[in-house]
Design a binder for this molecule. Structure first.
Ligand SMILES: [Zn+2]
Length: 238
């Protein structure tokens, strides 16, 4: 028994010596390269022609490229060392984003997407007729006060229309709009206008007793409850 133990001991020692020999004699190094894309950054540039909150891509960015090489060192038993080396092949080029700095001329809608078409005093909210259920609002100001496009729109009506007098209708993305009682138009049917453009002037044409804008807002042809769109109440000054 003692003899067997000592023989096993010698074998273990021999194996250890063998492994040391092979470890030093069989070291190899491999190199593997991969080219990866690197993300560009976004730079901003102020635009006094665009409203606060609006932005537009002025110049596309370009991704860069890095070559990553991994050197791996193996001996007879496996990986013993690994180093990584990164080489920049092309630098990424930043994209440039225009960011609006222009103040809105009037009240913003509850969802922040629209502007109220004019300044003035709210003189009528809920009453029978075209205002039934507060689905229209009257905002009074002097004749000739500017009326702004509430959002980017296409003009669908610019003509005298019964009790509405000189009437503008326009369609944007989600919403469409009706303006009544204008003194004059500044656009024609089919014209594309941008949010904030002056598209007409306040007046008292049609069934009206004083200079004001009659405003209706529609979604899919349905008149909207005005407070759902604009936070406006009787007597408010905007
Ligand atoms: Zn009205």
């Amino acid at each position: 028994m003692t003899k067997l133990k000592s023989i096993l001991g010698i074998l273990v020692v021999l194996l250890l010596i063998t492994s040391n020999v092979s470890a030093t004699s069989l070291t190899t190094t491999t190199a593997q390269s991969v080219v990866v894309k690197t993300q560009f950054e976004t730079e901003t540039e102020d635009s006094p022609d665009m409203y606060i909150g609006e932005s537009e891509l002025l110049k596309n960015g370009t991704m860069g490229e890095d070559r990553i090489t991994i050197f791996s060192e193996y001996d007879g038993w496996g990986l013993v060392n690994s180093t990584q080396f990164t080489e920049i092949l092309t630098e990424p080029i930043s994209e440039i984003m225009l960011v609006g700095t222009k103040q809105y001329p009037t009240l913003l809608s509850n969802d922040g997407q629209l502007i109220l078409p004019c300044n003035g005093v709210v003189t009528s909210t809920d009453k029978s007729g075209s205002h039934e259920g507060y689905t229209a609002v009257d905002i009074a100001n002097s004749i000739g006060s500017p009326l702004y496009a509430p959002e980017d729109c296409v003009i669908t009506m610019a003509e005298y229309y019964g009790g509405y007098g000189n009437c503008l209708q326009m369609s944007g993305g989600k919403y469409s709009f009706l303006f009544g009682h204008l003194s004059a138009f500044n656009v024609s049917v089919g014209q594309e206008v941008s949010k904030g453009d002056i598209i007409g002037f306040m007046g008292s044409t049609g069934n009206s007793t004083g200079s004001h804008l009659h405003l209706e807002v529609y979604i899919n042809g349905e008149k909207q409850y005005i407070p759902n769109v604009f936070n406006l109440g009787m007597g408010d000054t905007i």
